[in-house]
Design a protein around this ligand. Structure first.
Ligand code: GDP
Ligand code: GDP
Length: 437
């Protein structure tokens, strides 16, 4: 499970700068490109070889929904209450002020594990700053200059030390035959209808898997003799709780579901195209490098003319994920589900089947010979070998010289070449280029 860290503080102390410093990975799989929007209030920090965690900028939430009311608004509090750890951010340049005191009062009542982060320490005296905030009573405050990425590593370390213990690892999570699927999407696209249909249909063996933390629920099921686990999704939870008809979209739950699954099925409503919230859900799945299937639901409600229009619109709006299969379904009537599960299997196989170094190097050689890279200022990139460095998503490390001169178009060519050769459908593919000296 992803733990959640909330950034709390009055406006302008540097929360969103800190949020970016924590959640922006250097080798982001997917760079900002047209079509991918993100909810900038929630993100995932992925420190190398360490536990991943979600981060929420509560100030962002408050400002977006309630004007500039600051960090003590209802929305911000609700987000902080959901968190496992709170970072209370203050401004070293301004010193402690009345708003900070208010927030502190509320934090004391909330009784959550909290770290004090003194930001903007660039150009101020550390001693003076620490004594300024000493009366707040935090042991070991962390000092940062987030705008200059100073103190971020120390902060990261402190966060990791203060996260709750990790839940017991579920042995089924390593069961290669049981594909873990998350049905994600904004409210009303039809997630619960689909899940209920899947569970009701064919008298599948469905059993609830007790969640390791909080109210999480996963359900194991079989379909045509194959075992699956549906990870915690809105659709699953709504079944058991009455008041969840009013459940509001939770970006955090979506992040968690994505983190736990191997294949994310992003559901869209055929009648609505791709809304900003849909694009945001897709962005989260891409950031996590998940195998992906796009299920266009409510296909039954469309006339032939509308279907054509919808296809055209989706092709345009989803041009940034050309590798993701799109399946038309009706959760209501149960149509398209065979195709949906086939696509899930293709995506899963693509994301998890190992490729050997010799196979990858062979592919690289053929790609290179068929179409060598362009000469840049009298030099041409040489590629020596390629070793697969990971799965889910498949990752290839290309070794050679002058690889920095490779153009984006050539990198795309390589990716497409590998996709074709290894039949990689429905998963992101990552290339890392390593220049040997
Ligand atoms: P938020 O309202 O708490 O989210 O604050 P922002 O992240 O938007 O930052 C407010 C302003 O402070 C921006 O102009 C930032 O560039 C600036 N800022 C953020 N962190 C630092 C820092 O470490 N040092 C300095 N000098 N300025 C910072
Ligand atoms: P969720 O919020 O994503 O879980 O969406 P629901 O499953 O609650 O569905 C929202 C609404 O869409 C409900 O009124 C459903 O009956 C309707 N709906 C779901 N799937 C379909 C479908 O395939 N076709 C049609 N026409 N309506 C559907």
């Amino acid at each position: 499970m992803l733990p959640l860290v909330a950034l709390v503080g009055r406006p302008n102390v540097g929360k969103s700068t800190l949020f970016n410093a924590l959640t922006r990975t250097r080798d982001a799989l997917v760079h900002d490109q047209p079509g991918v929007t993100r909810d900038r209030h929630y993100g995932v920090a992925r420190p190398e070889d360490q536990r991943h965690f979600a981060v929420v900028d509560t100030g962002g939430i408050a400002e977006a929904s309630e004007g500039l009311a600051g960090a003590t608004t209802r929305q911000a509090r609700a987000a902080a209450e959901e968190a496992d750890l709170i970072l209370f951010i203050v401004d070293a340049r301004d010193g402690a002020n009345a708003l900070d005191d208010d927030i502190l009062k509320w934090l004391r009542k909330a009784d959550k594990r909290t770290l004090l982060v003194i930001n903007k320490i660039d150009g101020v005296s550390l001693n003076a700053v620490e004594s300024e905030f000493a009366h707040y009573g935090f042991k070991d405050p962390i000092t940062t200059s987030s705008a200059h990425r100073q103190g971020i590593d120390e902060l990261m370390e402190a966060i990791l030390e203060n996260l709750p213990e990790e839940g017991v690892v579920d042995p089924l999570d390593t069961d290669p035959d049981r594909i873990r699927i998350a049905f994600i999407g904004r409210p009303n696209v039809g997630k619960s209808t689909l899940v209920n249909r899947l569970l009701g249909e064919e008298r599948m063996i469905a059993s609830e898997v007790p969640g390791t933390t909080r109210d999480s629920v996963a359900i194991d099921m079989e379909r045509e003799g194959k075992p699956y686990r549906l990870v915690d999704t809105a659709g699953l939870r709504r079944k058991s709780k009455v008041d969840e008809a009013v459940e509001k979209f939770s970006a955090f739950k979506t992040l968690q579901a994505i983190e736990q699954c191997q294949v994310a099925v992003v559901m869209l409503d055929a009648g609505e195209g791709v809304t900003d919230q849909d694009a945001s859900v897709l962005g989260y799945a891409l950031d996590a490098g998940r195998a992906l299937v796009i299920a266009v639901n409510k296909w039954d409600g469309q006339t032939e003319y509308q279907r054509q229009q919808t296809e055209d619109l989706l092709s345009r709006k989803l041009a940034f994920v050309p590798w993701a299969e799109r399946v038309r379904i009706s959760a209501k009537h149960g149509s398209g589900l065979l195709e949906l599960f086939r696509a899930v299997h293709r995506a899963h196989r693509s994301a998890t089947t190992p490729i050997s170094t010799s196979e990858a190097t062979k592919a690289l050689e053929i790609a290179y010979e068929t179409n060598p890279p362009a000469v840049v200022r009298g030099h041409v990139a040489k590629m020596r070998f390629c070793h697969p460095s990971g799965l889910n998503p498949p990752t290839f490390v290309v070794h050679g010289t002058r690889l920095k001169t490779l153009q984006e178009s050539y990198k795309r060519y390589l990716e497409n070449f590998f996709r074709k050769r290894f039949k990689l459908i429905g998963t992101p593919v990552q290339f890392i280029f390593k220049d040997s000296a």
